[in-house]
Ligand binder design. Structure first.
Ligand code: HEC
Length: 342
């Protein structure tokens, strides 16, 4: 190690140079990732339309929930508009949320899924997630056709995650398997790929898949949703409910947003009257722990709802209180409305 003195300026210079290098490296990385995520490739001279073809994506051998073997590039993404995410079925937080949300997107897209839009959930825990386990998982979430659940060799799947930009060093290879919470949507033919968060509004995701990525214009689903009258500005509680809870829970017969799609958990109208406030608050904060402790109400609900665990959404007490306030107000509001129209 150099001692202070004559070496000092040299040392400083060196670290400044290193700093510059890091900045340059970062800029390069950012440019590269923007390229991967956003560029719509122009047809290249050799006739191939996209730089991300069979020479970029591995043709990984995977097995789907029906035990059928498929190749990642040739069978799953070549020439297709796709949604890809990585899950493991024993994951109790993020995966159910993401699966529930994707199921909503699938419902919005109707029978286009399986025809011109394809959904793939690939397991990162292939030892536990056999085809039979994946099939049961898909059935619990009432997943329709056109959505495959896949498993393969661990190393191959890891390589795939790297190639899709869905692997973060230090997070995704950590011990708690807490993995990168994003999915990627894209059109292999045009080379247009976009990352999306599981908290993404399902209408926006559906619109990207149905319109933007298909390169044709139709009346946008997003537009008709945006045009719907918004009479009340949403409170913090409502905002939280819509983004964190509404993919699994409906809220009474007056809840217009996507009725019939959100039956993964119970309808929550009146729940503030039905449950003890302390129970309700703790349940929303740490349902996983209450289930582990075999709380009788939690256990009964878990059995009734196909053993899909309600995820721990890491909400603090204030947020939970805001949601509970909203649930209470909405119960009152709908009751008043119902009384008026009788
Ligand atoms: C991934 C789906 C999912 C999400 C997201 C979700 N829940 Fe649940 N929730 C469930 C399921 C499933 C149950 C039934 C119990 C079980 O199986 O664990 C449930 C049960 C409940 C119950 C108990 C209902 C009763 O009758 O007592 C409440 C309250 C509740 N959820 C509130 C929320 C709130 C508030 C949010 C958002 C902060 C939320 N949930 C997000 C799936 C979800």
């Amino acid at each position: 190690m150099n001692r202070p003195g004559a070496d000092q300026p040299m040392h400083t210079q060196r670290s400044r140079a290193l700093g510059m290098h890091l900045v340059l490296l970062l800029v390069t990385c950012l440019l590269a990732s923007r390229l991967l995520v956003a560029q719509e490739a122009a047809p290249a001279a050799n006739g191939s339309v996209t730089p991300w073809g069979g020479d970029y994506f591995p043709n990984t051998l995977l097995t789907n929930q029906d035990g059928r073997q498929v190749h990642f590039f040739d069978d799953l993404i070549k020439g297709k508009v796709v949604v890809i995410n990585f899950i493991f079925t024993s994951c109790s937080d993020s995966c159910p949320l993401e699966t529930a949300r994707l199921r909503q997107v699938q419902s919005l897209l109707g029978d286009r899924v399986g025809k011109d839009i394809f959904f793939y959930s690939i397991s990162i825990d292939p030892l536990s997630d056999t085809p039979a386990v994946l099939k049961a998982y898909a059935q619990r979430f009432k997943v329709g056709p056109g959505w495959q659940f896949l498993t393969g060799e661990f190393d191959d799947v890891t390589e795939l995650r790297h190639k899709l930009g869905l692997f973060i060093e230090g997070v995704d290879n950590g011990s708690n398997k807490d993995h990168n919470l994003s999915l990627i949507v894209g059109n292999q033919e045009t080379g247009r790929w976009m990352k999306a968060s599981p908290f993404e509004n399902p209408w926006i995701l559906a619109d990207q898949l149905a319109n933007t990525l298909q390169n044709w214009k139709q009346p946008s689903i997003e537009q008709s949703y945006a045009d719907a009258p918004q009479i009340r500005p949403p409170s913090t509680g409502e905002e939280l409910f819509r983004t964190r809870c509404a993919s699994c829970h409906s809220l009474g017969p007056q809840d217009g947003q996507g009725i019939g799609m959100r039956s993964i958990g119970p309808d929550l109208i009146g729940v503030t009257r039905q449950r003890d406030p302390a129970w309700l608050s703790r349940w929303i904060r740490e349902p996983d722990r209450m289930l582990a402790e075999q709380d009788p109400i939690a256990t009964a609900l878990f059995e009734r709802f196909e053993k899909i665990p309600m995820p721990n959404l890491r909400l603090d007490e204030n947020s939970v209180q805001a949601i509970i306030d909203f649930l209470g107000e909405e119960t009152e509001r709908q009751q008043t409305l119902a009384a008026q129209t009788q």
